[in-house]
Design a protein around this ligand. Sequence first.
Ligand SMILES: Cc1cc2nc3c(=O)[nH]c(=O)nc-3n(C[C@H](O)[C@H](O)[C@H](O)COP(=O)(O)OP(=O)(O)OC[C@H]3O[C@@H](n4cnc5c(N)ncnc54)[C@H](O)[C@@H]3O)c2cc1C
Length: 416
Amino acid sequence: MAGFTLELNDDQKQVRDWLHGFAEDVIRPAAAEWDEREETPWPIIQEAAKVGIYSLDFYAQQYFDPTGLGIPVAMEELFWGDAGIALSIVGTGLAAVGVLANGTEEQIGTWIPQMYGTPDDVKVAAFCSSEPDAGSDVAAMRTRAVYDEAKDEWVLNGTKTWATNGGIAGVHVVVAVVDPELGSRGHASFIVPPGTPGLAQGQKFKKHGIRASHTAEVVLDDVRVPGSCLLGGKEKLDERLARAREKAREGAVGSPAGGGGSVKNAAMATFEASRPAVGAMAVGTARAAYEVALDYATTRHQFGRPVIDNQGVAFQLADMRTRIDAARLLVWRASWMATNGKPFTAAEGSMSKLYASEVAKEVTAQAVQILGGNGYTREYPVERMHRDAAIYTIFEGTSEIQRLVIARTLSGVPIR
Ligand SMILES: Cc1cc2nc3c(=O)[nH]c(=O)nc-3n(C[C@H](O)[C@H](O)[C@H](O)COP(=O)(O)OP(=O)(O)OC[C@H]3O[C@@H](n4cnc5c(N)ncnc54)[C@H](O)[C@@H]3O)c2cc1C
């Protein structure tokens, strides 16, 4: 069994401790204020940029950690600090991954640095896929991208919703339909450069939690972008569409619903790989709430003894910690598999996100209960953590969709 270890190496421990310090000293003390303000915490993003946490280099280093644990360890620490502020810091990464996954080397080199800006002039980026009528059902997307061959431009029209950093971003990455006949296989991603006419922010949402993170509609009205903004380029798109048409013809003959029993298209595979990162965010929030609850239960006295001196409380804490550790192990397994090219034959990425997000929701609710009346107030952070945790079972695929993906992958049956 030599070679197997769950211990972080020295480099990973150093990064973890550095991030923990930033989360403890900078993020956590600012959490309540930005939650109340419901605004993007630009000064904190700037501080993160100055120390090198908000940067492409930092994410690339974690992303290419050969054990796969770089990203989950980073996410857990930052979200331990505060989920809303941490999402403001890492939200740009979602758009960057969209470009990394589909863009050419030139596009990666041109656009990703612009997404982050510089420490003196920080920028954020947005990834816009969801629409009012296309949330879980990505194939129902309506935003259209039409090619204007004469001008070598793409024209985008439609309304995106729930975009993290939508409208306040410099660079927007927009997923749009190029061939409506092909469902999600007929989608392509586009860069909308900063200041492009026709792109506007719609409604900004007032949310239950992660309120320091900006979430808004993005309206695209005859937005024209150069042909070079199609991620991956036209030739690759044409080849991909030709293959998808071929598959659709085969599917129409051979299998029900286009053979939709398993996760096969590239976008879905990318989501599968990014889901453990969301699981790690959930672990961070859950751990934060658990620590507050443990501390409170050992110091709060009722009936002449600490409240933890009752099995009803102590056993809850035992379960909370056990489930948090189990969630982390699922996240680490999936991240290790993704980095080492192991196929998710049992949808392990979805498993990790499903379990960790549900644990975060339940553990934060238990923490509120353990703090009693204080847990229900904004004097203590578990109230905010509980509100924040509710997002994890919703974005990047709801818990129901994770179960659907897992069940379909296990069974090969196109379960609905
Ligand atoms: C704060 C926040 C930030 C976000 N950031 C982004 C972003 O940056 N970019 C982006 O593109 N999107 C983003 N999203 C969108 C997010 O991914 C969607 O909200 C999510 O995918 C769910 O879609 P929906 O809200 O339309 O719910 P719906 O799809 O309408 O689902 C409603 C309910 O029905 C259930 N349901 C739907 N279909 C099925 C089924 N087949 N079987 C069983 N149950 C089903 C769902 O699980 C859910 O409980 C964000 C959302 C939020 C709230």
